[in-house]
Design a binder for this molecule. Structure first.
Ligand SMILES: [Zn+2]
Length: 68
């Protein structure tokens, strides 16, 4: 399995392939820890399917680029 996902960075709006690190479950969501290859910002990507079959996805910012 390749740890690659197409998403958009919430910091710099870079859109493309992101590598992701650890994954876990939050309620009905699968959560992935993402790191932007362009700006280095870290965020969580949530994707889940409700009981009605509707897919929802969103990101939550964790921390922007660490300098150095
Ligand atoms: Zn970025």
């Amino acid at each position: 399995m390749r740890n690659i996902l197409m998403v958009k960075c919430p910091y710099c709006n870079y859109e493309g392939e992101f590598k992701f690190g650890k994954t876990w479950k939050f309620r009905l969501y699968d959560v992935k820890r993402m790191e932007c290859p362009k700006c280095g910002g870290v965020f969580n990507y949530y994707k889940g399917v409700s009981s009605k079959g509707k897919t929802s996805e969103f990101v939550i910012r964790i921390k922007p680029k660490v300098k150095g």
